[in-house]
Design a protein around this ligand. Structure first.
Ligand code: GDP
Ligand code: GDP
Length: 436
């Protein structure tokens, strides 16, 4: 089972971000350092007593009218219901119980998902008198916390971790988990239906969950796959930014649980800002990526069209130059099988291990071909390199000085490793340690 997901739902200003930041201990942006991509913090990994989980802050933009607060909360709740294993419903202990809280509580209750009711801003050891009103929500015992003062957070985290399904956080190794992501209308549902075809073995949500995103296991050519479908959950919102933001949040949740993302792009529209944001999510998460350009039938083609489209991808999605792109038409059933073949290859690359011997002889050659940078007479020395992790591949470099490891030289080494060993479709990460 993959890492459990906890979604935080609640009105603006109840303290969701404060809580989020205290629990993860630092400000985390899902897509930091990725050019052209949102700076919002939505998703972070958290850990409590050795249990790892993902925390999603569903909080949106500040609304300016009561109606929008409500519709936005509904939307938040839907995202949470669709993606989370546990929902943390946060209310404000200073404001007391509000109508919006009641409405959202009703929605959350109907889903049958585990909901933890948290009353924030209880800054003193004794709870205020109107604290007991929160029992009316029917969500069980409210847990008082003070996010700002970090009071009672331990008890809350205990409660969260205890509510995970048994075995949550342990990997199921023999299955390639694929998420189909992309903006609305790009063809996600169509592709999923086409891939599954008659192979669809389980069409209902996995027992015990009410995920709107349906996980469908299937087999092809002896290989086991799991398709994570978030395409089905979609709802028109009054506020445009909401649609965009929520489609990014949904992508985040799907991405978290997968090995390989199929990032779908609409051939007729080219690469848009929203595509870049969604791409950034997959890249930052270190997942395998296949860029799937769909609706190729709509494009008027000559012999250079594909080449030009590839150039546009390289220009617009510079941060994922490692991702292969394929051009398909679900409508005309063109190259659909290529999608799975490529996803499988990428999943294998992401899990690939290179021996220390091979790695060091490649790096030695690389440093001979291009001298490492130097500064004030001191030259970068690489003593040795080992691969310390997979999914994504992680390489540890023992060096004399971190300051001398310039970004451009690191990129040169990355390119050499890619040339030597492949790794198409996966980001690879480096850590540099100074010899002590
Ligand atoms: P969000 O909109 O739900 O993400 O709420 P924020 O985290 O931005 O918090 C809204 C306001 O409530 C900020 O001014 C916080 O400083 C304040 N706040 C958050 N947690 C607490 C708390 O435990 N006690 C008190 N008194 N104020 C808090
Ligand atoms: P989703 O919102 O990403 O799940 O997109 P859908 O699968 O619902 O598809 C949106 C629309 O695009 C539908 O009208 C599909 O029939 C259409 N569509 C999907 N794939 C193709 C394709 O390869 N070519 C063309 N021309 N239309 C397509």
């Amino acid at each position: 089972m993959s890492k459990p997901i906890v979604a935080v739902v609640g009105r603006p200003n109840v303290g969701k971000s404060t809580f989020f930041n205290k629990v993860v201990g630092r400000r985390v942006a899902i897509v930091e350092d990725t050019p052209g991509v949102t700076r919002d913090r939505i998703y972070a990994e958290a850990e409590w007593n050795g249990v790892h989980f993902a925390l999603i802050d569903t909080g949106g933009i500040e609304p300016d009218s009561k109606d929008i607060i409500l519709s936005q909360m509904r939307e938040q709740a839907e995202v949470a219901i669709g993606t989370a294993d546990v929902i943390l419903f946060m209310v404000d202990g200073k404001d007391g119980l509000t109508a919006a809280d009641r409405e959202v509580a009703m929605m959350l209750m109907r889903t049958g998902k585990k909901v933890i009711l948290v009353v924030n801003k209880v800054d003193k050891p004794t709870v205020p008198d109107d604290f007991y009103d929160f029992y009316e929500l029917g969500l069980g015992e409210p847990i008082p916390i003070s996010a700002a003062n970090m009071l009672n957070l331990g008890d809350l985290l205990d409660e969260i971790v205890q509510s995970f399904p048994p075995g949550a956080g342990t990997e199921e190794e023999d299955q390639i988990k694929i998420a189909v992501i992309g903006k609305p209308n790009v063809g996600k549902s169509s592709l999923i239906n086409e891939l599954l075809g008659e192979k669809r073995v389980i069409v209902s949500p996995i027992a015990g969950t009410t995920r709107d995103s349906i996980d469908t296991p299937f087999e092809q050519d002896g290989e086991k796959y799991l398709l994570i479908d978030t395409a089905g959950i979609r709802r028109k919102s009054k506020v445009n930014e909401d649609i965009e933001r929520f489609s990014v949040i949904r992508a985040v949740a799907a991405v978290e649980r997968c090995d390989v993302c199929l990032l779908m792009i609409d051939a007729a529209e080219g690469i848009t800002e929203q595509d870049k944001k969604i791409a950034g999510v997959a890249h930052e998460a270190g997942k395998g990526i296949v860029i799937v350009v769909n609706k190729w039938d709509l494009v008027e083609k000559d012999s250079n069209t594909m080449k030009h489209f590839r150039q546009e991808i390289a220009k617009e999605l510079t941060f994922m130059s490692y991702a292969p792109s394929i051009f398909i038409s679900v409508l005309e059933k063109q190259r659909i099988q290529k999608v799975l073949q490529t996803a499988k290859a990428v999943a294998e690359n992401r899990a690939m291990r290179i021996s220390t011997g091979q790695l060091n002889s490649l790096i030695t050659d690389a440093t001979m071909m291009k001298q490492p940078p130097s500064d004030k007479g001191k030259r970068l020395k690489i003593y040795y390199v080992t691969q310390v992790g997979v999914k994504p591949p992680l390489f540890s470099f023992k060096i004399n000085s971190r300051e001398l490891m310039h970004f451009s030289y690191a990129r040169y080494l990355e390119n050499k490793i890619r040339e030597g060993f492949g790794f198409e479709g996966t980001s690879i990460k480096f850590v540099f340690r100074e010899k002590g």
